[in-house]
Design a binder for this molecule. Structure first.
Ligand SMILES: [Ca+2]
Length: 281
């Protein structure tokens, strides 16, 4: 049997408010508290660099400011990075916080629920745990795996270059990696695999868009390295690049990690990778 949540659009806000009795008696009115979650439904994959998150909020629709607690609960295998959200709530001013939702690699796919509750309100948020993406021949081995760059600029995410989005037109702090040491090289973008396997091709997509062409902003000189039997070895070297996407092919190695060592970029300032991919053939 399968529950379906077809009607919940991404970005929707699910709201369940509990209006409280506010009789015209002398007792002070208890505030009505409204809970919210955005999006109204999320999907989670058991890979370390494909994180999911909810933004949960509370709104005080009562007559006076209150201090409120929201408890968050979730069944295994869901893991929440917070279990409680407490805030002073002025009337009519929503407050919200981000809650990371992850599952281990071994999580069984299925439908689960994150529960939000306060004294006077409840809200359930459906969570779909998806199967792991295939990592066979022809599949990108680096998708969602742990990325540990040498540095990361500002609000960019270390995971931005293994999130499956290689489109330079989408370049932003959410899909792409930009190092944090301006005009200082080398910079490393390192991705660790859960076990060693054949790697014979690496595709490096650097920043390349109409606004930010690779010839001006992309990687210029870099080495492609594979972690083989406990040591990094250079499997390809690229020099003087001006292309948005560089495919490096080499005799297959048994690697449990792949990294790009950036020696220079075309603006001589920052290393920018939109997506890094590796394949077994
Ligand atoms: Ca990306």
């Amino acid at each position: 049997m399968q529950r379906r949540h077809l009607a919940v659009a991404a970005g929707a806000v699910v709201v369940l408010g509990v209006a409280l009795a506010t009789g015209a008696q002398s007792s002070p009115a208890t505030p009505a508290l409204e809970l919210s979650a955005t999006p109204g439904q999320i999907q989670v994959v058991g890979l370390p660099c494909l994180p999911s998150a909810l933004t949960v909020g509370m709104t005080n629709n009562g007559r006076g400011s209150v201090y409120a607690d929201m408890e968050l609960s979730a069944p295994r295998p869901l893991v929440l990075d917070r279990r409680m959200f407490s805030s002073w709530l002025p009337v009519g001013q929503p407050v919200s916080v981000r809650v990371g939702v992850t599952v281990p690699r071994s999580a069984r796919p299925g439908h689960y629920t994150v529960g939000l509750s306060s004294d006077r309100a409840r809200l359930s948020v459906p969570v779909d745990v998806l199967p792991l993406p295939p990592k066979g021949p022809g599949d990108n081995l680096l998708l969602g795996e742990q990325a540990t760059p040498s540095s990361t600029n500002g609000s960019f995410s270390p995971c931005g270059a293994v999130d499956g989005d290689a489109d330079g037109d989408h370049w932003s702090t959410t899909t792409g990696w930009n190092d944090g040491t301006k005009s200082v090289f080398p910079d490393n973008y390192t991705v660790t695999l859960p076990s060693a396997g054949a790697v014979a091709r690496v595709v490096t997509a650097t920043l390349d868009s109409a606004k930010y062409p690779a010839a001006k902003y992309g990687l210029r000189d870099f080495d492609v390295q594979a972690h083989v039997a406990g040591a990094w070895q250079t499997v390809a070297s690229v020099r003087g690049n001006t292309s948005g996407s560089v495919t490096s092919t080499f005799p297959a190695v048994q690697a449990d990690g792949v990294q790009i060592v950036v020696l220079d970029s075309n603006d001589h300032a920052y290393s920018r990778i939109v997506e890094l991919e590796a394949y077994s053939s």
